[in-house]
Design a protein around this ligand. Structure first.
Ligand code: NAG
Ligand code: NAG
Ligand code: NAG
Ligand code: NAG
Ligand code: NAG
Ligand code: NAG
Length: 428
């Protein structure tokens, strides 16, 4: 009796699920904007839109409001077992530091979301519990692997969207973040169709997580910087219609490569006078304007800024300018956290500041380090305010000096961001 009841109920659920998936597939042919006409952005052709707001306007705005209403999306990487440093745990994170915390990372397997490790469920619960201290906090889960095999099958994508909704609501998440690095990339090695398949995945997720969900969940996507990735990997204007926020990863512009053996900035804000052609496009300013021109509405565009840096080993210790010849990755395997860079300077490296690119670099003997500090973060956040985009994303909470070991200020870089974007809110 009982098992028959369970069986017939299971059948009913499966049939309902299938009907739902079919409806979603039919709906998805209509596109994201059909349902949400407010998302139309037919004004993106007027080029005056790309001009940054004068500083004065932003100040007036601040005076009228208690907060700038900017978003602060912070990635939190689940600590791996066996790492030597003290891992950042959820209880070390101030729940008012960010408007959104994005947990990185989970994966896609067999049309569902799967944690990287069984222990991750505990971390999900701990971060979601931070909403008790700060009810305005959103907690999202970021997917980083498993895209290529999923997206080639349209039915699987629809099933996945359904399963993703269930997974997210079961664990108390407010939304989903996609961090596919990168669709159809590198060209020649990946299927070029992944570009349109990715749009289809976002369409299905928009249906399942937003249109068919009460309350709607958030959907965000992280996109690679540089024109070649943007052009090759994304139907960016379509994609922007399906999501709440598009975060551009404004870092990894330069790192040591045997075919590019020169120092450079991890995260230059602007171009400098010694950069020509292609190289003058490798910065946050250029990419932001490009994304807006290609159809990402400013109110959805989030600028990703790093709390980490890159390192180089110089060829000669008396040639240490930006663009100086290098022979290898430098200290700490080529990459370092803000804390490590801060200590490098404290222990005697010389800090220089590039006035044009608006970022520091530090040099000691043949060691060369590109990073961001409290000064370059101020410049970036101010630029975000002037540009009138939606806010900032950070990669990540873990690599900030979260314990205040270098300058005595916990989460030193995130605190700068919070103070600039939530200033009025704090005062009130
Ligand atoms: C996914 O499917 C494969 C093949 O059916 C199976 O071996 C694997 O265990 C499944 N993984 C999960 C997480 O269900
Ligand atoms: C890491 O440690 C946690 C807690 O001890 C445990 O639940 C988890 O399974 C471990 N993961 C790995 C990959 O060993
Ligand atoms: C940055 O590039 C723009 C456009 O190519 C150019 O007009 C400007 O002078 C450059 N900035 C610097 C500091 O060279
Ligand atoms: C950089 O800017 C600062 C402040 O505007 C100025 O004092 C300094 O001379 C400039 N340095 C260079 C190398 O242009
Ligand atoms: C930046 O940090 C340094 C080191 O702690 C500090 O001396 C300086 O006052 C800070 N500057 C700003 C503008 O916060
Ligand atoms: C802004 O702050 C003031 C003073 O704390 C308060 O009276 C007012 O209601 C706030 N306005 C908004 C929109 O929250």
């Amino acid at each position: 009796m009982a098992s028959q009841f369970v069986r017939s109920n299971t059948r009913k659920i499966i049939i309902l699920g299938l009907i739902w998936i079919l409806v979603m597939i039919v709906l998805s042919y209509c596109g994201c904007d059909v349902y949400n006409s407010s998302l139309k952005h037919d004004d993106h052709e007027s080029s005056s839109d790309h001009v940054l707001l004068p500083l004065k306007e932003y100040k007036n705005y601040l005076e009228n409001e208690n907060s700038t209403d900017k978003k602060i999306l912070c990635y939190y990487s689940i600590p791996q077992n066996g790492s030597s440093e003290t891992p950042l745990t959820a209880k070390d994170i101030d729940s008012t530091l960010c408007t959104h915390i994005i947990i990185s990372k989970a994966k896609i397997e067999n049309t569902t979301i799967v944690p990287v490790d069984e222990g991750d469920f505990k971390v999900y619960a701990e971060v979601v519990a931070m909403k008790k201290q700060n009810p305005d906090l959103y907690v999202l889960l970021s997917l980083a692997t498993g895209f290529s095999s999923l997206v080639q099958d349209r039915i699987a994508v629809a099933v996945f969207a359904y399963n993703a909704h269930k997974f997210l609501t079961t664990h108390g998440f407010d939304g989903l973040d996609l961090d596919w690095e990168f669709p159809a990339w590198p060209p020649g090695k990946k299927n070029p169709k992944e570009k349109t398949w990715f749009t289809y995945l976002l369409l299905q997720l928009n249906n399942a997580l937003k249109l068919a969900s009460h309350p709607p969940l958030l959907l965000t996507v992280a996109v690679g910087a540089s024109q070649s990735i943007i052009d090759n990997s994304y139907e960016i204007d379509q994609l922007a219609k399906c999501v709440d926020f598009v975060s551009v990863m404004g870092y990894n512009y330069h790192m040591y490569k045997p075919y590019l053996p020169f120092t450079g900035h991890n995260s230059p804000l602007s171009n400098s006078s010694n950069e020509k052609g292609f190289f003058s496009t490798m910065n946050i300013h250029w990419d932001t304007i490009y994304l807006i021109m290609k159809g990402v509405p400013k109110e959805k565009l989030i600028i990703g800024i790093p709390t980490f840096g890159h390192t180089w080993r110089l060829l000669e210790n008396d040639q240490y300018s930006v663009g100086a010849p290098a022979v290898a990755e430098g200290i700490l395997g080529g990459k370092l956290t803000y804390l490590e860079a801060c200590i490098f300077v404290k222990e005697g490296a010389t800090r220089y500041f590039d006035n044009e690119s608006k970022v520091p670099y530090a040099v000691r003997d043949r060691d060369w380090v590109s990073y961001d500090d409290n000064i370059s973060i101020i410049d970036k956040v101010q630029w975000v305010l002037d540009a009138g985009v939606a806010g900032v994303m950070t990669w990540n909470l873990n690599s900030d000096d979260w314990a205040g070991l270098c300058n005595g200020q916990k989460f030193e870089l995130h605190a700068v961001i919070k103070n600039m974007l939530m200033q009025k809110l704090l005062e009130s």
